[in-house]
Design a binder for this molecule. Structure first.
Ligand code: GLA
Length: 711
């Protein structure tokens, strides 16, 4: 009774559209998602778009959760084999409820049941009002006596109806991650997927853009963005035409990859899919990204409202070749240059099998006594004395065969019997489905942090994907649940870590972006986009990732890679979370002074860069130059980045800025340079946004970093 009253009250208070009983909707600030129930009880999507543009008569676009085996002949969201062998499911509406979770979040649940079997499906749509984001997931419950086998269990199956469909994927491989490729979909199915299990995003990011009618545009036109909050294998199936009635419609089925991933759903055990996060924008991708950023900072990552430290990492400075004294001298250099954190990377552990390269030691998490005679505790003492916070690298899910861990527990790895060991980067993956292994993996970090409370930062790495995917812990009939169970265990470990050590900041790394999704990120503060730190390449990656993730989440480190100037490298990295991987002892005095002043400048602008609103101005994919800017909330400050990637003398080199107050006067100051190209001056927001100002760069790998301050 109380629950019913609450629902009624919530319904009354909600900014929900009032419809006839067979229609129900959730809303965000700009958009509506509307469903329609047919007389026979089947439920359809009726609309997803601007709430001020809803057509008078709504079509039945696509069944809300298409099931295999019945009259739906396209790619199914759900495929179940019931305990008597029936391969079809017919879901009918039972009820729905809309509840206000807080002043920003509304949750709609559509309860459905199979027409015959006690098999229940609840579709859950969580609408984040201010951020225009809808998180869709599905809960399955088998209330029969026997288990049923579930083969496909998408998180969402979204329809789009247009004359043409332009899909952008973010495709990659190690070192060349997240390249944007747009294509026009043709009839049939296009599948973007990963079957890699762990480090599943190495070759394909779990997000895409879909622009109806026209190719995607930055500041105008419709676009649907979608990203999957799940770190394992995924599948996005884009099917143009799925039946005679809908020969030109698009259905997008999104969720866990059904490939070899079936499971037995035991009676009365709810199963909830991961969330698919979509944002619709009628004003192009940049607005969509701003909505994702606002959501990500608030809900999708840890401490998204707290500026990040500038860090020095020793990886590309020393690789595995360091000792106590070398590290202590780096601490001092870091402190002198203005860094706020020192991160010790790979190579600090292993004794019987010392971790002196990537062939040995992974799994043996005791500090290496030869390199670090005073241990991690000794390093912490020195860091504390010098006054630089200290962080450390771990890769707890992995093991080298050359390790004491593997010698003691050869059965702890993911592997198929009767097959040769298949190594990647000389390593294997530990089988987290085994509770003993899960506890071990948790304690790798927990022990380190308990023993060394001075550690305030962890870089958590994962450097291979699954091959020979078998578990010696799971019984034969549960082998297909390996990836699912692995990630459930991983999330438990990460959750425990975040709870036991709430003050410790965490970097998500997977040899680059092999694990970049909003579920993983919910336990972390940032991610490492790529081992490729060439500034000219990073411009593209940062641009790509900025579609879904805010700059505060992207770690951008300067290394000695590439032939570009230190200024160019800094200008590129300063548009995200700044860090460096250099040996400061072997840095020229001139460079050291530049580093010092650039870090000081970054500290001055980082609130705008890390917490401001992004405007992408010129795409590196369309031109030999790139420009983007961040504006703070009250539009009193903005930071502009302009990069020239190739020699190009042509054109006037104007950049039309965005997001400023047209009536305000801004002082323009070029930073990170002793010889500014543009003299300091003042201009109105209106003139700057008209593109009255030129930013004259013409040579490859030159850049400008400009601060605009309202007078
Ligand atoms: C991966 C990471 C690097 C570094 C090395 C250490 O490649 O992406 O940043 O931590 O591992 O082995």
């Amino acid at each position: 009774m109380i629950k019913t009253l609450t629902i009624l009250l919530a319904l009354f208070l909600l900014p929900t559209l009032v419809f006839a009983q067979d229609k129900f909707a959730v809303e965000t600030k700009d958009n509506s998602l509307i469903f329609s129930k047919r007389d026979d009880g089947r439920v359809f999507y009726a609309y997803y778009g601007l709430k001020n543009n809803i057509p008078e008569s709504l079509a039945m676009l696509r069944e809300v959760y298409p099931c295999a085996g019945g009259d739906f002949v396209g790619e199914p969201a759900l495929r179940v084999v019931h305990s008597d062998g029936n391969t079809s499911t017919l879901l009918l509406y039972q009820s729905h409820e809309i509840q206000k979770v807080d002043d920003n979040i509304t949750e709609m649940r559509i309860h459905m049941k199979d027409a015959h079997y006690p098999f229940y499906v609840t579709l859950i749509f969580k609408a984040y009002y201010r951020e225009n984001l809808i998180a869709a997931s599905t809960e399955l419950i088998n209330r029969g006596e026997e288990p049923v086998t579930v083969y496909n269990y998408a998180s969402q199956s979204l329809p789009v109806r247009a004359n043409a469909y332009h899909m952008t994927q973010f495709h990659g491989r190690f070192f060349y991650e997240a390249e944007m490729v747009e294509e026009k979909l043709t009839p049939g199915i296009k599948i973007l997927d990963s079957k890699l299990g762990v480090r599943a995003h190495q070759m394909r990011s779990p997000f895409f853009l879909l622009a109806p009618n026209q190719p995607v545009q930055e500041n105008q036109g419709e676009v649907y963005g979608a990203t999957f909050a799940w770190s394992g294998s995924f599948q996005f199936a884009f099917e143009v035409g799925g039946s005679e009635e809908t020969w030109n419609d698009l259905g997008i089925t999104m969720g866990v990859n059904p490939f070899a991933a079936q499971f037995a759903l035991e009676p009365n055990t709810p199963f909830r899919t991961p969330e698919m996060l979509t944002v619709y924008s009628a004003e192009g991708t940049c607005k969509m990204s701003r909505d994702y950023h606002a959501w990500g900072r608030k809900y999708g990552m840890r401490d998204g409202d707290k500026p990040r430290s500038v860090l020095l990492n020793n990886w590309e400075a020393t690789y595995f070749a360091f000792d106590h004294d070398k590290l202590v001298s780096l601490f001092q250099g870091a402190k002198d240059a203005g860094f706020e954190l020192f991160l010790l990377d790979d190579g600090w552990f292993g004794n019987k099998h010392p971790r002196n390269d990537d062939t040995a030691g992974l799994g043996d998490w005791d500090y290496n006594r030869a390199k670090l005679p005073h241990g991690i505790a000794g390093l912490c003492r020195e860091a504390e004395r010098i006054g630089i916070p200290f962080g450390i690298w771990v890769e707890p899910e992995m093991v080298n065969p050359q390790s004491e861990l593997f010698e003691t527990h050869p059965d702890w790895i993911i592997h198929q019997p009767h097959r040769p060991l298949h190594l990647q980067r000389n390593q294997l993956i530990l089988d987290l489905t085994n509770p003993e292994v899960k506890e071990f993996v948790y304690n790798v970090t927990a022990d380190l942090l308990r023993k060394n409370p001075y550690i305030s930062f962890i870089k958590w790495d994962t450097n291979r994907y699954i091959t020979n995917g078998g578990s010696s812990y799971l019984p034969p009939e549960k082998q297909s649940e390996l990836v699912w169970r692995y990630h459930k265990a991983l999330y438990e470990i990460l959750d425990r870590t975040a709870k036991e050590f709430p003050h410790v900041r965490m970097m998500l790394c997977s040899g680059g972006p092999g694990r970049i999704d909003y579920k993983a990120l919910s336990y972390f503060h940032e991610f490492w986009p790529s081992d490729n730190t060439y500034p000219l390449r990073r411009i593209f990656m940062q641009w790509s990732f900025s579609h879904f993730f805010p700059s505060i989440a992207q770690a951008a480190h300067i290394t000695t890679r590439g032939d570009t100037s230190i200024k160019f490298a800094f200008d590129v990295a300063m548009s995200c979370r700044l860090g460096m991987d250099v040996d400061l002892e072997n840095t020229s005095e001139e460079d050291f002074e530049f580093i010092k002043s650039a870090i000081a400048e970054y500290k001055n602008i980082r609130d705008v860069v890390q917490l401001g609103v992004l405007y992408r101005l010129i795409s590196p994919y369309d031109s030999p130059r790139c420009a983007l800017m961040y504006v703070n909330d009250d539009k009193s400050r903005a930071i502009l980045f302009v990069y020239q990637m190739e020699d190009d003398e042509s054109g006037e080199k104007r950049v039309a800025l965005k997001g400023l107050n047209p009536d305000a006067v801004y002082r323009i100051r070029e930073i990170n340079t002793a010889s500014p190209v543009i003299a300091e001056r003042e201009m109105t927001g209106a003139a700057l946004m008209r593109g009255d100002k030129t930013f004259p760069l013409s040579q490859r790998a030159t850049s400008m970093l400009v601060e605009l301050t309202k007078q």
